[in-house]
Write a protein that binds this ligand. Structure first.
Ligand code: NAD
Length: 429
């Protein structure tokens, strides 16, 4: 019997959630042997928590903030997913990101379900003390949903290792003893993993190298031009790794705009500049200032969207000149853009594969925390590369089997893993 879900989710107007749901519908169309009720079950979040909570600001006023934590699917294990601080956060966006986490963890064979959380706040407008107070109170509000065996948060847009340190401390103070494994992406001196900060960007470049090989674009790295949108955690480390391997990174951008030099940018200098100034604004190195829209349409070999959702759309996909797109961000490409890029012969390595390096090293951090035994950086990177290359090969095999693009292939592979695990476990009671 088909489960009847009477839910407002059916009528979402949020473009990110619409993208996630449409991708799901596309992929499950190839899994026609699965029961209809199972397909319906995997589509919706398992549980959701919305919280409104007060924070005392530096001027003595109390502000009320809204936050969310969503567990999408927990069949494969405890749920895992980032915490986002942004003024654009909304429940549907968090639902979409939680769903992608379920597929991402399944795709790289991690024993995790998918989750996501967020607070509606512009973190750059808060002082350090206000951010600490907000994070501690939010952690306390969602504490009944998190824990090292329940749900393990990590950084995402607008949050970082310090945010995770405050979350870990708040959780530990509540239970009465230190619990490093309750979050990942922590600072090293409280149980973080070597390589975690760089992991997502590094994984993007592992996938880029695999794709270049597959597409037989095996020229010298110096002859391959790379454009990176977003210069935060993912973008900085992707650009830096590409630069270190000798690729010509010709443009990067952040929310304040882009910088272009067809001969190649000085990425280490730009990395240092943002570390000191938070953004690229005011950077005066050898580069022409361009907009984010112009950056996406630059002539280049590889485009790495590493900022946010909905960047490659039905409006600009026909103007994209890259031959290869590797998605560092979650959901940067809409289904309309996917169709246009595929028809134009542009390969897109999808988010749930290309940015899975972050959650993979988060998994390593969690394992190290539980065992209280820490690995060296070489070990982290060696294992990371092995997992990503294997997942990449599996996606290629599935795409050939079903004659579909890499996104649909990645989702078919991941969703089928969650489906088979659900069928093996059976439906409780
Ligand atoms: P971040 O906050 O560290 O950086 C985001 C970057 O994007 C910043 O440079 C910001 O200025 C830029 N940006 C914001 N709005 C922009 C706009 N309109 N145009 C251009 N640039 C803009 O965030 P992050 O952790 O690097 O995450 C970036 C993306 O990668 C998100 O989609 C996130 O969900 C995804 N992701 C992050 C991780 C991780 O480990 N941090 C893992 C997997 C996926």
């Amino acid at each position: 019997m088909v489960a009847q879900v009477v839910s407002p989710l059916h009528s979402t107007t949020d473009p990110t959630y619409q993208t996630a749901l449409r991708q799901y519908d596309r992929a499950v169309a190839y899994l026609s042997n699965l029961p209809d009720g199972l397909i319906e079950f995997m589509k919706w979040p398992r549980r959701e928590l919305s919280v409104n909570f007060p924070v005392r600001m530096d001027d003595g006023q109390v502000h009320v903030f809204t936050g969310y934590r969503v567990h999408h699917n927990t069949v494969l294990g405890p749920s895992k997913g980032g915490i986002r601080y942004s003024s654009h956060v909304n429940l549907d966006e968090v639902r979409a990101l939680a769903m992608w986490m379920s597929w991402k963890c399944a795709l790289v064979n991690l024993p995790y379900g998918g989750a996501k959380g967020g607070v509606v706040v512009d973190p750059y407008k808060l002082s350090e003390t206000e951010l600490a107070n907000l994070t501690r109170r939010f952690t306390s509000e969602i504490i009944l949903l998190i824990g090292p065996k329940i749900d393990i948060p990590a950084p995402d847009m607008g949050t970082n290792a310090q945010t995770m340190a405050w979350m870990m401390d708040t959780y530990s103070m509540t239970v009465g003893y230190s619990v490093p494994a309750v979050v990942t992406g922590k600072p090293l001196n409280i149980g973080g993993s070597l390589g975690r900060e760089e992991a997502t960007g590094r994984g993007v470049i592992v996938c880029m190298l695999e794709a270049l090989r597959q597409l037989e674009m095996v020229r010298s790295p110096r002859d391959i031009s790379v454009v990176v949108q977003g210069f935060g955690n993912v973008g900085v480390h992707a650009a830096n790794r590409a630069h270190a391997l000798g690729f010509k990174v010709i443009a990067v951008s952040d929310v304040t705009g882009g910088y272009y030099n067809p001969k190649g940018l000085d990425i280490p200098a730009m990395k240092l500049y943002t570390a000191r100034n938070r953004t690229l604004s005011g950077y005066t190195g050898d580069a022409e200032k361009i907009t984010n829209a112009e950056l996406l349409e630059l002539p280049c070999d590889v485009l790495l969207p590493c900022a946010l959702e909905g960047q490659l759309t039905g409006q600009n996909a026909a103007k994209i000149k890259a031959k290869l797109v590797v998605e560092g961000a979650n959901g940067p490409t809409t289904p309309e853009a996917d169709d246009i890029l595929r028809d134009r012969g542009i390969t897109v390595v999808p988010d749930i594969l290309a940015n899975a390096g972050g959650v993979t090293v988060s998994y390593f951090e969690w394992v190290q925390g539980l065992q209280e035994y820490f690995w060296d950086e070489d070990e982290v990177y060696r294992r990371l590369e092995r997992i990503l290359v294997r997942a990449y090969d599996e996606v290629v095999t599935t795409s050939e089997k079903f004659n579909v693009d890499m996104r649909t292939a990645a989702q078919i592979t991941a969703i089928n893993r969650v489906a088979q695990a659900t069928l093996t476990r059976g439906f409780y009671p």
